[in-house]
Design a protein around this ligand. Structure first.
Ligand code: ATP
Length: 234
């Protein structure tokens, strides 16, 4: 049976002035899949995600849930279920951990907010322990977890994680990895993960695309990636 493409990107190109950040990029993400986009700094991962989230203009087509998009605003796209957890986290530093979570879920009814918050506290126990603390007092790793939890609060159909491991200590990487594993095993959420850290990304990938200098240069399963990628890259 043909699997359903939740997101289908075709011939996407993106320019900043004359500088080309994406060159004819095509990719498909099926419902329920975890897809990793691996690539070095500047390869174009953030540009790709920003196009999918409707934050930057692009050439090419993006189909969401079987329908080719027009030029919907980022707000409309977010409401359709695409939630991007940005590299920069964008937390409200002076607000508590719990308030950061609840603010993200204003469209849900109060009982559902409380339920989701408890579910997320189970996924990221450290956030429960820090629930009353101001977000700015959290460690970098805890802030990353809060940023991901806040994105999940919005009930995304597609969660885009842009380099969640950036700057994190190894112990936090382990916790983050575990949380992603639980998410994958226990929900039907679809995830697009952008990573420079291939070691982190591979175990969480059903499929992998490699982005290099604005182009997709490789695609396939994680096992084949591990076997074929140059040792310098891994
Ligand atoms: P990073 O991990 O640094 O975010 P990336 O793979 O996400 O890397 P992009 O941020 O998409 O890559 O950047 C792709 C290319 O576009 C890079 O050469 C970058 O310098 C350039 N670029 C990104 N944003 C802009 C901008 N606003 N104006 C001009 N050039 C930009």
């Amino acid at each position: 049976a043909a699997r359903k493409a939740l997101l289908k990107v075709d011939n996407l190109s993106l320019f900043y002035g004359k500088a080309q950040a994406l060159d004819d990029v095509s990719l498909t993400v099926h419902a329920g899949e975890f897809v990793s986009i691996v690539g070095l700094n500047g390869a174009g991962k953030t540009s790709l995600f920003n196009a999918i989230s409707g934050l930057v203009p692009y050439r090419g087509t993006i189909a969401w849930d079987g329908v080719v998009r027009g030029r919907e605003s980022a707000a409309v796209i977010a409401r359709s279920g695409i939630v991007q957890c940005p590299e920069t986290r964008e937390l409200f530093g002076a607000m508590s951990v719990a308030d950061n979570l609840d603010l993200a879920a204003q469209h849900l009814d109060p009982r559902e907010v409380a339920e989701r918050r408890e579910w997320l506290f189970g996924l990221f126990p450290i956030l429960k322990a820090r629930g009353g603390q101001e977000a700015r007092t959290l460690s970098g790793g805890e802030q990353q977890m809060l940023a991901i939890a806040r994105s999940l609060m919005m009930k995304p159909r597609l969660l885009i994680l842009d380099e969640p491991t950036l700057g994190l200590a190894p112990v936090i990487l382990g916790q983050l990895s575990e949380a992603l594993g639980v998410l994958r095993a226990t929900t039907d959420i679809t995830v697009l993960l952008g990573e420079q850290n291939v070691t982190f990304a591979l175990p969480h990938a059903d499929r992998v695309y490699m982005l290099e200098h604005a182009r997709i240069v490789w695609q396939g399963g994680p096992a084949r990636f591990a076997a074929e990628a140059g040792t310098g890259y891994l």
